[in-house]
Design a protein. Structure first.
Length: 109
């Protein structure tokens, strides 16, 4: 998971461009590939409808870009607080910092 550090005036095409995403950022939150199914079971109904690189949206795509806007981030924070899935405190702490950015990404393999 990575913060979107583009300014809020960036177009959605710029935001989801594969050329924009930088891998292995120090402030990213990493999910082990072996834990992906556990993560999707716990958070799949909370972290959903991200925008893909092809501008479609839906469930988490673990092979590509999933972008979540600042508004979606706020909703995800709210639902995570209500649902309290496993490791929610770690995720909430990270998501609170996302408020200072233009949303966040869940990046696939």
């Amino acid at each position: 998971m990575q913060y979107c550090k583009l300014n809020r005036y960036a177009t959605i095409e710029e935001i989801v461009s594969v050329n924009i995403v930088k891998h292995w950022e120090d402030d990213s939150l990493y999910i082990c590939g072996d834990d992906w199914n556990i993560f999707c079971t716990a958070y799949g109904e909370i972290i959903t409808n991200g925008i893909y690189n092809n501008l479609e949206s839906g469930y988490l795509d673990w092979y590509g870009i999933n972008y979540f806007s600042p508004e979606q981030t706020a909703s995800i924070i709210k639902h995570t607080k209500e649902e309290k899935p496993p490791e929610h405190q770690t995720l909430l702490s990270w998501l609170e910092k996302a408020k200072q950015y233009n949303g966040f990404y869940v990046l696939g393999l």
